[in-house]
Design a protein around this ligand. Structure first.
Ligand code: BES
Ligand code: MG
Ligand code: ZN
Length: 514
């Protein structure tokens, strides 16, 4: 698809667009664009709406064929219900649904008007930039399709239909809004491209997306990005740095581990943030092998790594004035004669000894080396993103991640970013009382908690906290929302790309602070 554009309303009648979306509300007058189209359509649209009031209710699409009365071939009147209940998320969904609706109807180009609102339900203010961003974001996110491995012609044709839409434009009502929308479009295009990079990496088969593949991808994606630097620790360098936890988890695999260190140092910045992403390219559980039913989606266990690498790339593209270090420890967790075993003890880079209680609790092991390394960088903040525990999915389901931190500023900032992006988070408490549960009888720590996985997400968080020193740190357990079996208005089955928009929103706000 081409890069979206924005046009001012005065040009639209002459503009070549095949399909147009006209949003209507149940409690508000229709906008001038609607009026114009209604007149061109000999008032057929308003008559239909007057006779069928329910068409203004939320999420109602009504199609009008224009029969050459307008340049556009198709008009979809979309009911959005009450204007006072309008939210950024509704706009994002409108964007996504508009894409799918017209993709099925073979339209090549689609136009959506900006909706003016003083306030949106889920945000403090409703600046036109936000509206433009949400509509475009939903539309572009919905256009994603992972079809690299489809070989059957009919299947491909069916999927291809989606790709028929080649352009999207926003219609604005004045020139200032036009300029602002163009800015939003530039930003959101970069963001969505990177969400799709995350999706591609996660959807990729695990025998292709190995630690080395992720390292090569980082190289490729960051190669021409200004102010970035990439270092890759291979097995030798990991050994030299005593990163024995990363090495240990990967020692049963034929694929060698990599620690990817990507830095972005803009000319001007006040804050430094280290972002760490769990990069288990396949989590079989190791010697504590997972059973059928749990193995099938474990290629998504590198979602954190994909998110942090795409985040640093996006930050460089958007020229965010914040220094970033992305750490992605990448390993494969496999059972074999050389694999680590329950009962083993590993001393990683931090010097703390860890007894292996369960080889399937591998994420916290590789993160411990990365967190220790991060703490030596003395950043303002450390944030890790990890598909860390099944317990998190039990607690919060597949729509929400768990945040754990002792820093109120970080918690507030991430919660705010979560509201803006609708990438949901919920806090779990790092209860000190549970710290005893990760003590070992023979080593400093053990990598599992007590009982039958009681407070499994929290004890995992407490384990990580052992390696951050006195840094301000947040752990985000993204085990639930990175993957979906259903798909929604702007996500498809499989990898959702969750986390990238959350991180960028957080960093954008942070970079505004002194
Ligand atoms: N990658 C899994 C966590 C996971 C489970 C993510 C389900 C997404 C869906 C992680 O490495 C793991 O296996 N955790 C264990 C920890 C346990 C052995 C203490 C778990 O949650 O069962
Ligand atoms: Mg595991
Ligand atoms: Zn795992």
């Amino acid at each position: 698809m081409q890069k979206p554009t924005a046009t001012a309303k005065k040009y639209i009648k002459n503009h070549d667009v095949e399909a147009i979306v006209l949003p209507v509300f149940s409690d508000e007058k229709d906008d001038p664009l609607f009026q114009d189209y209604d007149i061109l359509m000999s008032k057929q649209i308003s008559q239909t709406l007057d006779e069928n009031k329910f068409l203004r209710e939320d999420n109602t699409f009504t199609l009008f064929y224009t029969n050459k009365k307008t340049k556009a071939k198709l008009i979809a009147v979309v009911g959005l219900g009450k204007k006072e209940e309008l939210s950024l998320e509704k706009l994002r969904q409108l964007g996504g649904k508009s894409f799918s609706y017209f993709a099925e109807k073979d339209a090549q180009s689609v136009a959506l008007p900006l909706i003016t609102a003083k306030k949106l339900k889920d945000t403090d203010e409703a600046a036109i930039e936000k509206v433009a961003r949400a509509l475009t974001e939903g539309f572009l996110l919905a256009a994603y399709d992972y079809d690299q491995f489809k070989t059957k012609k009919e299947e491909k044709e069916k999927e291809k239909k989606k790709q028929k839409i080649v352009s999207m434009q926003l219609i604005t009502f004045n020139d200032i809004d036009l300029q602002r929308s163009q800015q939003s479009i530039a930003t959101v295009t970069a963001i969505v491209n990177n969400v799709n990079l995350v999706r591609d990496l996660i959807n990729g088969p695990p025998s292709i997306v190995t630690p080395d593949f992720i390292a090569q991808t980082a190289k490729k994606e960051l190669s021409n990005k200004p102010y970035t630097r990439l270092t890759i620790f291979d097995k030798k360098l990991l050994e030299k740095n005593k990163m024995n936890c990363i090495l240990g988890v990967c020692q049963g695999s034929v694929n060698e581990p990599k620690l990817i260190i990507a830095e972005y140092t803009p000319p001007k910045y006040t804050k430094t943030v280290v972002i760490i992403g769990k990069g288990v390219t396949y989590d079989s559980g190791g010697i504590n092998l997972k059973p059928t039913g749990y193995l099938e989606t474990m290629k998504d266990d590198m979602s954190g790594a994909a998110v942090v690498l795409a985040t640093i790339k996006t930050a460089a593209e958007l020229k965010l004035p914040v220094k970033l270090i992305a750490l992605a420890p990448c390993v494969e967790n496999m059972p074999s004669g050389s694999a680590i075993k329950p009962g083993d003890v590993i001393v990683g880079m931090s010097g703390k000894s860890i007894e292996i209680g369960n080889t399937d609790a591998e994420g916290r092991l590789i993160l411990s080396d990365a967190l220790h390394y991060a703490a030596t960088c003395k950043p303002d903040y450390i944030i890790d993103l990890a598909t860390l525990t099944g317990a998190c999915v039990v607690a919060l389901g597949s729509l929400c991640s768990a945040i754990m931190s002792k820093d109120d500023t970080l918690k507030q900032a991430i919660t705010k970013a979560s509201k803006e992006t609708n990438e949901k988070v919920w806090e779990l408490p790092l209860l000190e009382e549970y710290r005893d549960d990760i003590k070992s009888d023979i080593a400093d720590l053990k990598n599992i908690g007590a009982g039958k996985g009681e407070a499994g997400s929290i004890t995992a968080g407490l384990f990580l906290s052992e390696f951050v020193g006195d840094c301000k740190w947040m752990h985000i357990d993204i085990a639930g929302p990175v993957w979906t079996t259903k798909g929604s208005a702007y996500t498809q089955k499989g990898a959702t790309g969750y986390g990238l928009r959350l991180m960028i929103e957080f960093l954008q706000e942070l970079s505004k602070k002194k």
